[in-house]
Design a protein around this ligand. Structure first.
Ligand code: NAD
Length: 308
């Protein structure tokens, strides 16, 4: 399959690296408003430089858009309208209106639109999923040091949205209530946020996201009536503890680390995207899921503003 990457900055260059090496895929072109960067990455992976995203229409089967969020609509829309499959990095768009327009354009053309919620493809998350029957309480921590990128959006849309997407894929119930606080510290936007979600099922989810921490933490822990499932996204580690009730004696807790076959989530995400294009099916994280996570992120930031 012929592929291209638009936006080959911090993340886009990894998309380019993986597509250039993937069996059954060819990285035909890269495109970036920073022409030096475009030429550097193109030379590294034996691709051409496309000056204009429109020139990719008809020349490739699938495009990755890894430009800053503010430009996702303007970059991806002409491709979708021309019937080209697109994977757009998270968050899908700047606003729900833009997200709706992208989803509608993809559906109107019957073309694949995937969203880069990479944690869904984390092998530890995939291994945890079948163990989750009835989450009652979920705790998420996603903390990082101050970045030089993605400062055009609140930390909720940059970091917390990864956990929101995973939580929404774990808890099959509407959100009933939101308590949220967000604090701008080093930027005029929210740099650290804490949120408590209550789902109609009764499940409570606590999320903390920060881009002003000293250490890097990426964890999700799920408490169920008879088990505790903990995922370290960054280490790709999974721990499972179960409550065992025998016929006699007190209940016991048993468990520990579960072996996970480590793999690069971004590569799995791209493999799924290209397979979806090839097979004419929806990708694992379709546009609607990206829209769903964005909508919850928006509700959370609205709740933060109304609490001030
Ligand atoms: P970045 O600033 O490092 O890279 C963006 C690149 O896009 C730059 O090279 C820039 O020159 C180029 N660019 C900007 N506007 C363009 C346009 N209109 N056309 C072509 N090129 C353009 O940013 P980044 O950290 O790589 O983030 C890019 C996207 O990826 C964002 O949406 C971000 O949220 C997302 N992201 C996702 C993950 C993940 O885990 N899935 C991780 C990091 C970033």
């Amino acid at each position: 399959m012929k592929t291209a990457v638009i936006g080959v900055g911090h993340l886009g260059r990894h998309h380019a690296r993986i597509l250039a090496a993937m069996d059954g895929a060819e990285l035909v072109a890269v495109c970036d408003t920073n022409r030096d960067r475009a030429h550097e990455i193109a030379a590294q992976y034996g691709a051409a430089v496309a000056d204009d995203p429109a020139s990719l229409v008809g020349a490739v089967d699938a495009v990755v858009v890894a430009t800053p969020t503010a430009s996702h609509l303007e970059v991806a829309m002409p491709l979708l309208q021309a019937g080209t499959a697109v994977l757009i990095e998270k968050p899908l768009a700047r606003t729900l209106r833009e997200a709706d327009a992208l989803v509608a354009a993809a559906r109107a053309k019957g073309v694949a639109l995937a969203v880069g919620h990479t944690e869904r493809f984390n092998p530890a998350v995939a291994a945890a999923r079948p163990l989750l029957a009835s989450p009652r309480f979920i705790e998420c921590h996603r903390l990082g040091t101050f970045p030089d990128r993605s400062l055009d959006i609140d930390v909720v849309f940059d970091l917390m949205i990864h956990d929101l997407d995973v939580v929404l894929s774990f808890v099959d119930s509407p959100v009933a209530a939101i308590d949220a606080v967000g604090v701008p510290v080093l930027t005029p936007r929210i740099d650290i946020a804490n949120v408590r979600l209550r789902f109609e099922s009764g499940c409570i989810v606590n999320l903390t996201a920060s881009r002003i921490s000293r250490d890097r933490t990426r964890k999700i822990r799920v408490f169920q009536p008879d088990s505790y499932v903990a995922v370290d996204y960054a280490a790709q580690e999974l721990e499972v503890w179960r409550l065992l009730r025998g016929p006699d004696g007190p209940p016991r807790i048993d468990g520990g680390r579960v072996e996970v076959q480590r793999d690069e989530p971004l590569r799995r995400e791209l493999e799924d995207f290209l397979a979806a294009v090839r097979d004419g099916r929806d990708p694992e994280v379709p546009g609607e899921d990206g829209r769903r996570a964005l909508a919850l992120a928006q509700q959370i930031t609205d709740a933060m503003l109304s609490a001030v």
